[in-house]
Design a protein around this ligand. Structure first.
Ligand SMILES: [Zn+2]
Length: 106
C-alpha cells in the first residue's frame, strides 16, 4: 500500500490540484497512451483534402493539372487522394457558387 500516494499527503506537500491529479494519474497515463497508439486511425478524408485544394486556389491547382492529375498525400498515414480534372472543375465551380451566394447576401 506504500506505493499509493495519499491525496492529503500531497496537499501537505503544497501541490496544486492539477499536480495532485497528475501524481495520481501518472501510472495510468502510459497505459492510455499505449492503447491510443494501437487504435490510432488517421482522421484524414477526401473531404479534408478537398478543403486543402480549395485553400490552395484554383489557379495553383490548374497548373498542377496541366502535368496530369492532382495527388494529395497525407503526411500522417500515407494515404493518397487522386483528383481528375473533371472533379477539380466541379469542386471549384461549387466553391464559386458558394462565394457568389455569400456576396449576394451582403
Ligand atoms: Zn491520413
Amino acid at each position: 500500500m506504500a506505493q499509493i500516494k495519499s491525496v492529503s499527503g500531497l496537499i501537505d506537500q503544497g501541490l496544486s490540484p492539477e499536480e495532485i491529479l497528475k501524481e495520481i494519474l501518472e501510472g495510468f497515463r502510459f497505459r492510455i497512451l499505449a492503447e491510443r497508439e494501437v487504435s490510432y486511425q488517421c482522421q484524414c478524408s477526401r473531404e479534408r483534402t478537398r478543403n486543402l485544394l480549395v485553400s490552395m486556389g484554383r489557379k495553383e491547382i490548374q497548373e498542377i493539372l496541366e502535368e496530369g492529375q492532382v495527388e494529395v498525400k497525407c503526411h500522417f498515414c500515407g494515404g493518397v487522394y487522386c483528383y481528375e480534372k473533371e472533379e477539380i472543375d466541379k469542386l471549384f465551380d461549387k466553391v464559386k457558387d458558394i462565394n457568389e451566394k455569400r456576396e449576394n447576401k451582403k
